[in-house]
Design a protein around this ligand. Sequence first.
Ligand code: GLN
Ligand code: ZN
Length: 759
Amino acid sequence: MSKNYIVGFPRIGEQRELKKVLEEFWAKKCSFEAVAQTAHELKARHWKYQRDAGADFISSNDFSLYDNMLDTSVMLGAIPKRFRHLKDDELYFAMARGNKECVAMEMTKWFNTNYHYIVPELSLEDSYSLNASKIMDEYREAKSLGIKTKINIIGPITYLGLGKRVDRGDVYELWGKVVPLYEELLKTISTLDDEVVVQIDEPIFAKELDIKVLSLIKPTFDRLCNVSPNIKIAVVTYFEHSNEATKILVHTPIWAIGLDFLHGDENLKSLDIIALSGKKLIAGVVEGRNIWRCDIEKTLELLESISNFVSKENILLSSSCSLLHTPFTLRYEDKMDKEIKEWLSFALEKLDEISLISKIFFDTQSSLNNAQKEALSNNIKANQSRKNSPLIHDKTVQDRVNKHTKLQREGDAKERLKLQREILGYKDLVTTTIGSFPQTPELRKARSDFKAALISQESYEAEIKKYIDECVAFQEECGLEILVHGEPERNDMVEYFGEQLKGYGFSQNGWVQSYGSRCVKPPFIYGDISRPKPMTIEWITYAQSKTSRIIKGMLTGPVTILNWSFVRDDMPRSEVSKQIALSLSDEINDLQNAGIKIIQVDEAAFKEGYPIRGEKIKVYEAWATRDFKIAVSSAKKETQIHTHMCYSEFNDIIETIEDMDADVISIETARSGNELLKIFKKVGYTKEVGPGVYDIHSPRIPSVEEMVAQIELLLEVLPKEQLWINPDCGLKTRKWEEVKPSLKNMVEAVKIVREKLKS
Ligand code: GLN
Ligand code: ZN
């Protein structure tokens, strides 16, 4: 009996082969045939890996040259007008990345993961038509290698729900246009074989859907199931529970329902109706988006409780979601601490976990062969070691967290700001930047040479100091008022802190696809977090020693550090975040004692951590805000605390932002005009705000006039006493040739507006 089910597999390649060939192709250094060849090799290798690990359900069409949502747009012929004159790979990559004439389609986060998809641009006027070739080809490609795959497609309700209407109106008005194409697709697929399993991903069912969308579920799946008796449909959801949708799905003729029991344990409540329906349950019980070795004993308990409802012969065992969100394999991690490595499991290792658990659960423990017995005993050992290892458990940290009572700073913001303005003496419309300055090739080289022990610590530090000298000198010359050190010592705003905190680990090859060819390698938190020594003082005080103007110190906030790391699963995230917050509060204390008067605590990923379901938002907001406040609780009234957030949709979270109690917040409004700022006025925001006056994401140099106009627009909404003037994010990805004139123009614009305000 077939029972091991893999929802989806990473595609970038264990050595990021796909990334490399794509980037060569884009740089015109190889042909598209080379891309196709690499893609073919990767697919073949990935299918074999899964088969050799004993997977029974292996996917085709989970591969993509860029993104599966983009593939779905191509499949439906939903090509925005501006691209229609293009063909094949030129068309495909232009939609993803833009070209000289056409801007790319928008990209946004896939639910609460760090994967980004290409947002469909939909319009009622457009006529759509089916292009099933990729799906058909991939199925045949696998079959020719002797592997019969299930076919993965993104379901119509998710596809539409994640799209946007370019002609205004509700995306679901296109339901009647799109569903017939899915029917046609299934009809085409049904010619492939006597029986084909089609996995229809509907992760949108994990959201709270309104009744209108819920009412589309039954007609959609009734129709799709009706297409051909050759096709068995599995509807798969993940990242949260989908109980509302499950209630409906059980009344459609689908063959199986896939649920995530780790991120949505409320799915357990649906087991009785699934059992009654007699459908297969694809039970997502092995973590698909984290890096921890699964605790097999615990997983077996979970499976037992599931099988109290759904009989074993109706259960298929799977990962909680596609393994796309986890790194590829531990094989190449030869530098990692041996004990820590034992605690981890990436995609390939998870395949083995699924097989092993399935063997024990469906057969018996005594049926294990010797290798399996050993794997089980290693698993038990590794989990024991995690429970007891001194690398993880630090009593001093735990005691401190438990006893910690200072939850916020003294005084209210109004009183603090009055005091701070007396001490700091800045003018209205004070100018500053968000922290980083260009990361030059020389800087990157110095850092990698230092890491590889090719240059000494002294010469590395001399290089950083030279950068800081020049950076401070430029800011003075340019006329900026509150300066920064430029962050030259930081590779990344989270990794830099992770490297200095105890409890953090790093992989050499733990890449996860973020979008297209872009991959990230998140650090991981395995143990209690503490700060062995100050992390930023040296560089920031060095910068301060070079100028009489105020240097603003830069830290990354607790919630962002948490959200951009893989987080231990043996402790609630809120506890981990509190530990980070306490380390940061020590850093802030050290910074102010060293004479730093303004400290910015970046929370770029605060919004990103929001739960998928509204019902869970309050809890997240409560601890996330608590931990930001704990981090800054050591700041004296005189020390001004800034925070920076990389987005502008504040309407729904403005009260939470206010509650974070930072004295100054800088935000990204440059691209969205000042409409969004109105919310600050509406709620009577009393603290100071730095809405970005130009977009740093583009190489364009904004003119003085346009920034004058932008500042004047801001002044229509907020009074000059409340406004800071700054770019909308850090400058690290820009070049000095762009940054210098842009900032000079910004300062010039402020001068002009100040003059105008006088008269
Ligand atoms: N201080 C950081 C920088 O300037 C903030 C980056 C961010 O918000 N993403 O780079
Ligand atoms: Zn930012």
